[in-house]
Design a protein around this ligand. Sequence first.
Ligand code: MG
Length: 176
Amino acid sequence: MRILIDMDEVMADAIQQFLDWYERDFGTRYTKADLHGARLRDIVPEKHRDAVAKYPHQKGFFKDLPLIAHSREVIKELNDQHEVYIASAAMEFEYSLPEKYEWLDKNFPFIHWKRRIFCGDKSVLHADVLIDDHDFNLSVFRGKPVIFSAPHNMEITKYERLHAWPDARAMFNITG
Ligand SMILES: [Mg+2]
């Protein structure tokens, strides 16, 4: 099976990076529970909004994102038994392309460069499965869409859902 896997909020915890940088800059620690599906920029004081919106445009934002729990070991198992491709939008933010590449080298060195797709619009991609946190990517995918749980998508019910990486073992018949 050919499986496309998104990076942000599926492998890499970009939301946590927003929260960590905000605490670094403004001293207030928000949590994912505080977001209630909103973006951080929508809940911070108005005078901080521009600074938060600029975070992903800054050098280093994508370089050291924390891992989504269990992503490394389960994606390794998936990669051993299926044809796994990483499909990540990396054109919008100027430093994200090299930083995402380095991040994969560091955290997912078993993903060969031939299996890394850095793109703008994912609707051109074709595969059996797409695992992604965004409805706007899943809704235009022509294979089987699988939504990966993130704070902003918990109300969406129209896709098969992966709540956490260990559940992928059953979904994709990974044998140990
Ligand atoms: Mg994503």
